[in-house]
Design a protein around this ligand. Structure first.
Ligand code: FMN
Length: 322
């Protein structure tokens, strides 16, 4: 059940992609997601150079024989990124899937990957960007609604509208992201016409997720009003968990503070330290509004199986109503 164009395209059991998460998508975690029947996604930007990225790819390969992917970030970054260097490794190591996110994927980069047999998808926040990615030649497009955790952009479209509009506008398969944490959300996305989903926040609250237990416990008891969009003043809006760091950023933005002050709070190093040491307020943590629906820390495989079971049962129970 639930075989779709996305499961066929990527050769995965379930129409679920584990969204790449900066500083979180370590090889063991990516492999756990792929082993659960979804598509694990590495975050290439986590790796300082080609050698480290190659070691990461090989580690994932050692831990799973299932398909996995690597994200190439096209977002503005403090550390300049040359995605062609990561693409070299992707091609040499035969990574089966690449996801780009951020600005429009460069056609020459896509052409290189496609010639090497890599399946490509692009993640974006509007139908206009989705059409542009389709034109550039991607095999699938992920549209990301503004209730989701991470770079939601400034357009502010929610998943319900964005997915439906993308489905009626695109020929390539559409993957829905933003606010999906359970089987009911999966089924809703499929009902809207999507061929799959990308989830991030739900996977943060799993046993295998390599963030500190303090954070997992805090997230499991957070509610749907415990996130806020920040960094809109830099045209780089991120939905984040409402901790002291995110509130500080919002305050600095409202005061039109100097860029350097804002950047010192949102620094990736602070987030990384928070993930490792568990100080709940040390940095900014991207997080979806749907965190309010996540109550338990569970193994990745259980989360994925439960999603599929709940989607199937919900579909049946809706059928029985009519
Ligand atoms: C902690 C965290 C870090 C993320 N980091 C990235 C990233 O580096 N690049 C990216 O394209 N998306 C990133 N995302 C977005 C996810 O890949 C995914 O698209 C999103 O989480 C889906 O929405 P959801 O959180 O409502 O499930 C991140 C999300 C979270 C929660």
């Amino acid at each position: 059940m639930f075989e779709t164009r996305v499961t066929r395209l990527f050769g995965i059991k379930y129409p679920i992609i584990g969204g790449c998460m900066m500083h979180v998508s370590k090889p063991e975690f990516v492999a756990a997601i792929s082993n659960a029947g979804a598509l694990g996604m590495m975050a290439s930007a986590m790796y300082a150079n080609q050698d480290e990225f190659r070691q990461g790819v090989r580690k994932v390969r050692d831990l799973t024989d299932k398909p996995f992917g690597a994200n190439l970030s096209l977002f503005p970054a403090l550390r300049p990124i040359d995605n062609n260097l990561y693409a070299d490794v992707i091609l040499q190591e035969h990574v089966p899937v690449v996801e780009t996110s951020g600005h429009r994927p460069p056609e020459d980069l896509l052409a290189r990957l496609k010639t090497g047999g890599v399946k490509t998808m692009h993640k974006c926040v509007s139908v206009r960007h989705a059409l542009s990615a389709q034109k550039a030649g991607v095999d699938a497009v992920t549209v990301f609604g503004s209730e989701g955790g991470g770079h939601i952009g400034e357009i502010g479209l929610t998943t319900m509208t964005l997915v439906r509009r993308a489905v009626e506008s695109l020929d390539v398969p559409v993957i829905a992201a933003g606010g999906i944490v359970d089987g009911r959300g999966l089924l809703a996305a499929l009902a809207l016409g999507a061929d799959g989903i990308t989830i991030g926040t739900r996977l943060l609250v799993t046993i295998e997720c390599p963030i500190h237990e303090n954070l997992k416990r805090a997230l499991a008891s957070a509610t749907e009003v415990d996130t806020l969009p920040i960094l809109g003043s830099l045209q780089n809006t991120v939905r984040a968990w409402k901790n002291a760091a995110a509130l500080k950023v919002a305050e600095l933005e409202s005061q039109h503070a100097e860029l350097s002050k804002i950047l010192s709070v949102v620094a990736g190093t602070a987030t990384k330290q928070m993930y490792e040491e568990g100080d709940l307020n040390a940095g900014v943590l991207p997080c979806s509004q749907s965190i309010g629906i996540v109550h338990e820390i569970r193994p990745v495989a259980e989360v994925v199986e439960e999603m599929m079971r709940e989607a199937t049962e919900t579909l049946q129970s809706i059928g029985e109503l009519s």
